[in-house]
Design a protein around this ligand. Sequence first.
Ligand code: GLA
Length: 729
Amino acid sequence: MPLSYDPAARTLTISTDGTTYQMKIDEHGYLLHLYYGARAEGDLSYLVTYCDRSGMCGCPHDVADRTYSLDVLPQELPFQGSGDMRSPALLVRDAEGTFGCDLRYRSHEIRPGKYALPGLPAVYAGEGDDAETLSVTLADERLGLEVELLYGVLPRLDVITRAAVVRNNGTGRVTVEKLQSACLDLVTGDLDVITFDGRHAMERRPTRRHLLNGSLSVGSRRGMSSNQYNPLMIACDHAATETSGRCWSMSFVYSGGFLAEAERDQFDQSRIQMGLDDDLFSYPLEPGEKIVAPEVIMTYSGAGLERVSHNLHRCIRRNVCRGPWRDAPRPILINSWEACYFDFTGDKLVELAKKAAELGLDMLVMDDGWFGARSDDHRGLGDWKPNMAKLGGTVADLARRVNEVGLGFGIWVEPEMVNEDSDLFRAHPDWALTVPGKEPVLGRDQLVLDLSRPEVRDNLFEQLCAVLDQGGIDYVKWDYNRSIVDVYSRTASDQGKVLYDYMLGLYDLLERVRSRYPELLIEGCSAGGGRFDAGMLYYTPQIWTSDNTDARNRLEIQYGTSFGYPCSAMGAHVSACPNEITGRTVPLGARGTVAMGGGAFGYELDLMELNDRACELIKSQVKTYRTIEHLVREGLFYRLTDPKDATVAAWEFVAEDGSEALVCAVVTRVDGYGLANYVVPRGLTPGARYSMVSNGDVYSADALMDMGLPVSVPATPYESFMYRFERVD
Ligand code: GLA
């Protein structure tokens, strides 16, 4: 059984196939964290030690034991007011504004199945997952406050999730000022912390830092998970590598602002937390009200970072993403953005579609510029009516013409935004998030619509339906291109609720669109990769990874993204050179190899400008992709080198059953008269032999995984290689 309670030891244990998580209801009613690590049996209470440190560490009055202090003890939900002076997971104020609470165990329950969080994205259990839920309720009698900690377990995936529900059952207002969804207090370990940082067009590059005394945190107060920091944090042994060392990860299933914290305390214990951004959050609960802390996915690996990624990939791919596209090959796209930006007509797109059909592509996506007065990025957002003059008819007419040349059809939208120069804004200026009397802060000349208001969502839903109901649209790219700065909703009872309620509104709108158009493929996007998180992946099985399509930079961006997210989720396109953003020229071959590392592959350049050689190469890339697509989408992903420093950027996909593998390499640097670069694959079946598909040569898996495979040193950088292997015995 994945969940068990030992009444003698008062321990609650969560077991997965390879890991154990244990907590204890101690004699004073506090919920201590005992252990999260390799699978272990029995009572692990001995891990927590007690001695008198009372000069500095407080003790609750009724406990009256100088060896007992919550400033020292590992906890499941550290809260302000307990004497724990480390960073709390929960901070509340009562109706008078006084800080602090005292939460003690009240009850617990073990239920079959994985809990859901109505209105919020969450991991769901599939058939055969044997998921269970543990709910532990803590209560503060004085405030009438109740916190229900929810733990979900997917035993086969070695995944444990945590969320929390905070309820005000008292008679006065309680304001939640800080709410972390998950907290891991680890009593031992000299740890590093890895965060995934960047900026617009350079997202999610790993930053690894040694956790010394004090705290480090990353987060977003942008109302979006952000291009700058990703809601993914991994703590690991200081010496951990891809294949060795203990690692604990947290991935937030939420797309708004977040806070990820790591702290090493006075006794060298570590606290890792993740949850809602607390800077622009202050959530009053009137009697009877509640707030749900969104879910965090946790996984533990005793065998390095690679296993963390495998666990997260499987979980997100199979237990977060939903709908018919979850397991289906995704269409190979030609996207109009880098092909023509705003400068297109219906006729031009049909020409592009014809060429794309010749090259073997599946779908044309009409990006920004097809609606309202949207001739540039200063106007038109909010008016989701086609510019018929530009398109030469309705969207459905254009879709039909594109279908006639043999391609599917998709459109770009950015429903959460409005330009001041738009009919929607002229009719409803109060629907935008702006602070009365203050000059609003613009981003890309646009304002954010107040999605916490149902009438705003209704309007957007109706506008979107009016386009989608015409038929012919198979795909939507759902963009979001600025941060929220002016946090003020005309209808909010308290402005501290707005950013959280905005996200509930966004999820509501996405869910309505999904349920009305269940076959629609929605690709998430946010100035490229600004909302690349497990929350969005619940609604959109793929996300545009970055606006940066330069293959050299993409190697790093996709490498970093792969720590927490499956390749099936990554939108990756081949674009023109010199690259629009970096000015770099990389050969088309390498651009293809890199973009084929994403499960949502495509092209984003003016196909009409290509010469015959390029067209032939694209045809062969498309053919190749169709033969490897299943490995990219479903295979286990191995980071063979770190592209930032390596001479050869190399990665690999291996079928779950080991029957086939694909090793990819891009030589990023050529040094004088080198001999060969050796790429060392992993994950092949030990003892087996593999044949290289291109020439039938047979290799021993063990030798490949030991000495590696020589990759020749090319004459110029950015030559790329793809080696497909099939197991022969
Ligand atoms: C964002 C997206 C791009 C493109 C433009 C259109 O920047 O990330 O891919 O869709 O918007 O305005």
